[in-house]
Design a binder for this molecule. Structure first.
Ligand code: C2E
Ligand code: MG
Ligand code: MG
Ligand code: MG
Length: 288
């Protein structure tokens, strides 16, 4: 009523603090204590080929089990960590932990790690990624960094330089939650992304809303025009899976295929059977 207010991530962080304050506990202090005390862990969600369900890799997703409050979702604590700078310590831990885990997998699956734009804005990220790769022995080609479109991903020299250095290491980039944020097309123009991930909200409504279906088709066309493979997130039904396969989507992720689990494991259910495609989800990528 009093004008225009532009959202920025510190508002979510402030909301998190407001949420915690009346209960007499400070999320922020607890998060500081959580780092290095085993309260943080990683879950892994499978990424599969849309064509035949072959396992391609896993996305690492952070989990925080608070000793008294139980599980606190990353959507609540990551924005707080971004606002107060703790994201640097957390992000470094995630990279080391995920790369070390990936080396213990029995096959050379891809590893996707979420990176906050805040991490990219400081000069240290390429060195941190290089150190995580060196410490684990993981080859850079197996690592894909996922970045959510955000106002923080500006064209500043710092960000462009970090991007360039990381690409030179051989690491790839995915543009996460595509379509849900803002200036996504500009992002694709300015940065050499290697993959687009369509936001879950479009996939979830593509069967019920013709507009969502049109947007999904258009993003897939955009990926084709830019020669970028597209991953669909949030695939929950066989109808979505079938439609995405028919539309030529490259990769699928979602509860239908596999939920995030504490250990990387091949999906046990085989939703492809329902589409008339041979079930092929095996760790080695071979037909089984
Ligand atoms: P994201 O990177 O887009 O990750 C996908 C989110 O969708 C995950 O939520 C996952 O559990 C959820 N998901 C996957 N399939 C389905 C589905 O079929 N249905 C529904 N309803 N949800 C599904 P999660 O784990 O709560 O993570 C939320 C966000 O937090 C992530 O979104 C990512 O932006 C951020 N995040 C997670 N881990 C990290 C991390 O290590 N570092 C940073 N910087 N951010 C992280
Ligand atoms: Mg992601
Ligand atoms: Mg996403
Ligand atoms: Mg997301």
């Amino acid at each position: 009523r009093h004008g225009c207010l532009r959202y920025d991530q510190t508002m979510t962080a402030a909301a998190g603090r407001d949420l915690a304050a009346p209960h007499g506990w400070a999320l922020e202090d607890d998060l500081r204590a959580a780092i290095g005390t085993g309260q943080l862990s990683l879950a892994y969600q499978p990424l599969v080929a849309a064509e035949d369900g072959a396992l391609r890799g896993f996305e690492a997703l952070i989990r925080w089990r608070h000793p008294r409050r139980g599980d606190i979702p990353p959507a609540v604590f990551i924005p707080i960590a971004e606002a107060n700078g703790m994201i640097h310590a957390i992000g470094e831990w995630v990279l080391h932990e995920a790369c070390a885990h990936a080396m213990r997998w029995q096959w050379n699956a891809q590893l996707a790690v979420n990176i906050s734009a805040v991490q990219l804005r400081t000069s240290g990220l390429p060195a941190i990624v290089a150190a995580a790769l060196a410490a684990s022995g993981l080859s850079a080609e197996r690592l894909e960094l996922e970045i959510t479109e955000t106002a923080l991903l500006d064209g500043s020299d710092q960000v462009v330089e970090a991007f360039t250095q990381l690409k030179a290491l051989g690491v790839r980039f995915a543009l996460d939650d595509f379509g849900a944020g803002w200036s996504s097309l500009d992002m694709l123009r300015r940065f050499p992304f290697d993959r687009i991930k369509i936001d879950r909200s479009f996939v979830m409504s593509m069967q019920s809303e013709t507009r969502s279906a049109a947007i999904v088709r258009t993003v897939l066309g955009l990926g084709q025009a830019l020669s970028l493979p597209v991953t669909a997130e949030g695939v929950e039904t066989v109808a979505q899976l079938t439609a995405l396969r028919q539309l030529g989507c490259d990769q699928l992720q979602g509860h239908l295929i596999g939920r995030p689990k504490s250990k990387a494991s091949a999906p046990s259910r085989q939703p492809w059977a329902a589409t008339g495609c041979p079930d092929t989800v095996t760790p080695s990528g071979r037909r089984g």
